[in-house]
Design a protein. Structure first.
Ligand code: ZN
Length: 162
């Protein structure tokens, strides 16, 4: 006997694993949808391909992998041990492109929100953190100064990362 888990039990386990493994951008999309935000399905045609675009607020949301996009000070943004020059060039290209995308969108009046993958990981594990991040995102998107986490409420940022 390989294992004694019943088929029902196994299927439950599988779906639990599956939901935990949801891609970070899908997870965030669902979360914002539950908050009543409606996102555009045509954002893939937009420069930089944001993961989520909220047309009503002209906000583009990018879920950034900490490794590829070099999340500063993050444990996941480690430097590979070999072919360091090759990787450094690749990382520099990514950072250059991210900057270009953000500046281009901002020049079109679109605000950019970066959500790091490690933030999403923590949100999945901690309900209270998830709630707090959702509030911050709402404040940024709606530029709502109520109970502001985003510093001076008269001076809400046009670009934010969390
Ligand atoms: Zn990170």
């Amino acid at each position: 006997m390989a294992d004694s888990i019943s088929p029902e039990r196994r299927s439950r386990n599988m779906s639990a694993i599956k939901s935990k493994d949801t891609k970070p951008e899908v997870y965030l999309r669902k979360l914002l949808y539950h908050q009543g935000f409606r996102y555009s399905k045509n954002f893939s045609g937009m420069f930089g391909h944001p993961d989520i675009y909220l047309p009503k607020y002209k906000v583009a949301i990018f879920v950034h992998g900490c490794y590829w996009h070099r999340h500063s000070g993050c444990q996941y943004a480690y430097m590979p041990k070999s072919r360091v020059e090759f990787w450094q060039r690749k990382f520099d290209d990514n950072l250059h492109r991210d900057k270009l995308v953000q500046e281009t969108l901002e020049s079109q009046g679109i605000r950019c929100l970066i959500v790091w993958e490690c933030t999403i990981k923590r949100m999945k594990n901690e309900n209270s953190y998830e709630k707090k991040v959702v509030e911050i995102i709402i404040q940024f998107v709606k530029q709502s100064p109520k109970n502001c986490y985003l510093g001076n409420s008269n001076d809400l940022p046009l670009r934010y990362e969390i």
